[in-house]
Design a protein around this ligand. Sequence first.
Ligand code: URA
Length: 238
Amino acid sequence: MGMKMKERLDKFIASQTELSRKLAQKAIKEKRVTVNGAVISAAEIKIDTDSDTVALDGKPLTYKKYVYYMMYKPSGAVSATEDSAERTVLDLIPPQMKRTGLFPAGRLDKDTTGLLILTDDGDYAHRMLSPKKHVVKRYIATLDREPDEGVAERFADGIVLGDGTVCKSAKAELLGSKRAALEISEGKYHQVKRMFAALGYHVEALERVRIGALALDKRMHPGEVREMSAEEAARVFE
Ligand code: URA
């Protein structure tokens, strides 16, 4: 597949797992690494990322330049890479899916649930989050009371938050049972909660269900994470 790529064994292992370069070298010394089935104890040998099979502790590492994960973020996890006291979304990634440099592309509040993308592709995340791209995010908010008919029009006109921040026109739909969908293309701090607050509603629960044309996989449960195909990852920009 594609261009032949030669890479140092320790560097390859560090890029495909959560091990640092140092720990990758240690694993090689400890004879935990095989290349095409043979134990290799020299970190500096060059492997071919297309045709060689590297295994760590008996588990083959399939070469991937970048990974794109879909997470159904549960309430209670913070969208950060490290947090001394709190559980982060990275703590929910199974060990075999962990990679050096993995981070959440965008943030959801601690109590917000739903679609969160994690990747180690900084360029992808940058494009997704760039205000110029106008990637639309769809949220379902559960409010403290049934929203009035006029809410959709107010959001469509572009509302002003309590502190004077102006929001772009956003599309809202009333869904019944105190629920409303809101689609925004910006990512201001607590934006959905503050937009509803500006109209006198309190958001009691918030779930992100779509980014661009990429929908949260309904078969997933809160706390679950799975790898996406390249096609799925690209849907964000559709
Ligand atoms: N808007 C919010 O208020 N919170 C989120 O987590 C995302 C959007």
